[in-house]
Design a protein around this ligand. Structure first.
Ligand code: KIV
Ligand code: ZN
Length: 516
């Protein structure tokens, strides 16, 4: 494949994806996702916004230190302090990129930045030059390009390319554009900017009208050679273009697209599950490519057709995107080496033998309760192990619930809070309600439960239940997850996981809010 024909996949799950309320990730979680993205062979991983908080800085730095095959990128507003912080976080990357941005639409310049177009242009140029002090790989985004004046956009793009930007990204920040018009915009920019050939044109589309993938593809057909996207379409508000949809559309319709990606598509489902598992954002069953029904043929006429000749109703093969159909991978007689080997295949490595031993002990307990252990079970088990090791302040020590016809359900819970053991009990409308009341009675977090959902990880009545809770306290929203074959215990684990996150003191800046 020539360079011109390569469609660069820039994944922003760890940055824009993380801007979805409740999707914030810890450093360890980001590292796990980054490892999976690297195996998926994404070209660029946007790991975060280093100036946002010390935690964000450390996460970007850790990803930069560990990823070797993909370029690691850090976001920075067009401000010296942001750019310097991003440069510092990326210092040890094998290949590092700084992505700097400033808004160019009339409404953002007047109302948010309170700057004139000339001031914005000068600041964009200054930012790119400053970023070039740290790396030759500098991306510039005119935020809200989708609502910017094309003539002004051309001026800004020409100037930032002259200043050293090697990628120019055109964001449809508010998801306002329509495919034909967005494609036209990209074609006009590529044709009219005199030095356009010196940079890669990229797009970053939001899904407010459900058009993020369609807009991205229209842009590719009109000259864009980088698409910014996220696993499962995670992202601010309605999300970003979904990586799996963009990649598979380009792969399946090679008859139309003049380019292809370097993505190993067989890693897609694994990556989707991991992101869903870590963020607690379930994938809807009818979601393209990664939804549970994406390859299921219910109607008799379809099944008949697929059995006679699969291409009658299938445009791609489930195995090509990584569906393995609940393959039983391990059981109660599996040994430590088989356990370690399968986890390695799933992209999970342990930092120490103690960590491996702790996870293996949990695996044995699970295998006693559930005879067939699938990949999904292993992923949930590892997440649970990692959640617990991070749950510094509150730990669930034991839970006893009583639920009987005609009686009010009650729960007795023992927690360790900051190393101190305490117990409490409560009654509730059901066993989960009683459990949450007993826990909150001990913790006193003052948070509100905004969402509670249970999902069976695999089939069968011995399946593990995976519970997600969303908690809100003031402006802060977090998700908590827990898995267990007993769904009341899974619920308690999820609630404790959420409480640990909501009690963490963290002030974190949002990249697109506030003045420059
Ligand atoms: O949506 C957007 O405009 C962004 C920029 C920071 C690229 O996320
Ligand atoms: Zn965005």
């Amino acid at each position: 494949m020539s360079d011109k024909d390569r469609l660069i996949i820039f994944d922003t799950t760890l940055r824009d994806g993380e801007q979805s309320p409740g999707a914030s990730m810890t450093k360890e979680e980001k590292l796990r996702i980054a490892g999976t993205l690297e195996r998926l062979r994404v070209d660029v991983i946007e790991a975060g916004f280093p100036i946002a908080s010390p935690g964000d800085f450390e996460a970007v730095q850790a990803v930069a230190q560990s990823v070797r095959e993909s370029t690691v990128c850090g976001l920075a507003r067009a401000l010296d302090k942001d750019i310097d912080r991003a440069g510092e976080a990326l210092a040890e990357a094998a290949s590092g990129r700084i992505h700097t941005f400033i808004a160019t639409s009339p409404i953002h310049m007047q109302r948010k930045l309170r700057m004139t177009p000339d001031q914005v242009l000068a600041q964009a140029v200054h930012a790119v030059k400053r970023a070039r002090r740290y790396t030759d790989d500098v991306e510039f985004s005119p935020e809200d390009a989708g609502r910017s004046e094309p003539d002004f956009l051309c001026r800004v793009i020409e100037a930032v390319i002259d200043a050293g930007a090697t990628t120019v990204n055109i964001p449809d920040t508010v998801g306002y554009n329509i495919p034909q018009q967005f494609g036209e915009l990209i074609r006009r920019l590529v044709e009219r900017v005199p030095n356009a050939h010196k940079a890669v044109f990229s797009v970053h589309c939001h899904n407010d009208l459900g058009l993020a993938t369609a807009n991205s593809l229209a842009a590719v057909l009109n000259g864009a050679r980088q698409v910014e996207c996220t696993i499962n379409g995670l992202g601010e508000r309605a999300g970003n273009a979904s990586l799996e949809e963009v990649v598979m559309a380009v792969r399946v319709r090679q008859d139309l697209f003049p380019c292809d990606t370097g993505i190993d598509t067989r890693q897609i489902v694994n990556c989707s599950r991991l992101v869903s598992n870590i963020t607690g954002f379930a994938v809807q069953p009818n979601k393209a490519i990664v939804g549970a029904n994406a390859f299921a043929h219910e109607a008799g006429i379809h099944q008949d057709g697929v059995l006679k000749h699969r291409e009658t109703y299938e445009i791609m093969r489930a195995e090509d995107v990584g569906w393995t159909h609940n393959r039983m991978v391990l059981g109660k007689h599996s040994g430590r080496n088989a356990f370690r080997a399968r986890l390695r295949e799933l992209g999970i490595a342990f930092e120490s033998e103690e960590e491996l031993n702790a996870a293996f002990a949990r695996f044995k307990v699970l295998a006693d309760k559930k005879h067939e252990i699938f990949d999904e079970d292993l992923q949930a088990l590892i997440s649970d192990t990692l959640f617990e090791s991070e749950q510094e302040r509150i730990k669930l020590l034991s839970l006893r619930v009583c639920s009987e016809t005609g009686e009010t359900p009650s729960a007795q819970v023992v927690l360790s809070i900051d190393g101190r053991e305490c117990s409490g009990e409560a009654e509730g409308g059901g066993p989960v309600d009683a459990t949450f009341k007993a826990i909150e009675g001990l913790v006193g977090s003052g948070s509100e439960l905004k969402l509670y959902s249970v999902n069976a990880i695999t089939g069968g009545t011995d399946a593990q239940g995976e519970v997600t809770v969303r908690l809100q306290k003031g402006a802060r929203i977090v998700n908590g997850q827990g898995a267990d074959t007993d769904i009341v215990i899974a619920s308690a684990k999820a609630y404790v996981n959420g409480l640990n996150k909501i009690l963490e003191p963290e002030a974190r800046a949002h990249p697109q809010q506030g003045d420059v």
